[in-house]
Design a binder for this molecule. Structure first.
Ligand SMILES: [Zn+2]
Ligand SMILES: [Zn+2]
Length: 201
């Protein structure tokens, strides 16, 4: 699989609007790697391109990375920096799969967006710990700790195991720790970690 990090910044992005801290001012002046987009990752899997989250700048992220194909979107949680770009997909000219836990889907897709999304997307309700199996890979969603319901995923492909979790604290269930133990690649977004990030596995 190929993993493309479209964005890896914090919720407000960097430089943040109206922020004049030293970092934002330098990022505004110099740009380049100092500019950080909100978190989104594309997993390029056998016959399937899985986008994790749709931050508000998703249109620019896809265009600037030359991505013209997405098979499905996996939604981690309801916060604006992860779903603010969903409406961009109303202009997507192909069908798209939309993986979301039922409660997250209910919270994100208000009645109107739900009807609009139905035109372009198939909602696949996932449940933590229940595998979603494709021909040549599979993934398992698992619950992480955040201020709202939030899910990571473990992708299994060709004897490799890649774990991705957005916005998680370092408090994880024993079940989740078992699944991520000895992963080949562990990708974490840890804005809520108060202490050093140590996972005891
Ligand atoms: Zn700042
Ligand atoms: Zn969040």
């Amino acid at each position: 699989m190929r993993i493309c990090f479209l964005g890896s910044g914090a919720a407000e992005g960097s430089p943040a609007i109206s922020c004049h801290c030293e970092h934002c001012d330098i990022a505004r002046r110099k740009g380049g790697v100092l500019e950080r987009k909100r978190g989104a990752v594309l997993f390029d899997l056998p016959d399937y391109k899985l986008l994790v989250d749709a931050p508000p700048d998703i249109r620019e992220l896809l265009n600037s990375n030359g991505i013209k194909e997405i098979s499905g979107i996996f939604l981690t949680h309801e916060h604006f920096d992860h779903v603010g770009g969903l409406k961009e997909f109303l202009y997507w000219n192909k069908q798209i799969d939309f993986f979301a836990e039922p409660e997250v889907f209910r919270r994100v897709a208000g009645k109107m967006l739900r009807q609009e999304l139905n035109q372009v997307a198939f909602h696949f309700a996932f449940h933590p710990g229940v595998d979603i199996i494709f021909q040549d890979f599979s993934f398992t969603p698992f619950e992480v700790r955040h201020t709202v319901p939030c899910y990571g995923l473990i992708i299994y492909e060709n004897s490799h195991r890649v774990v991705y979790a957005a916005d998680t604290s370092n408090r994880l269930s024993n079940y989740s720790l078992t699944l991520i133990r000895d992963a080949d690649v562990l990708i974490l977004n840890t804005p809520f970690s108060q202490k050093r990030w140590i996972i005891h596995i």
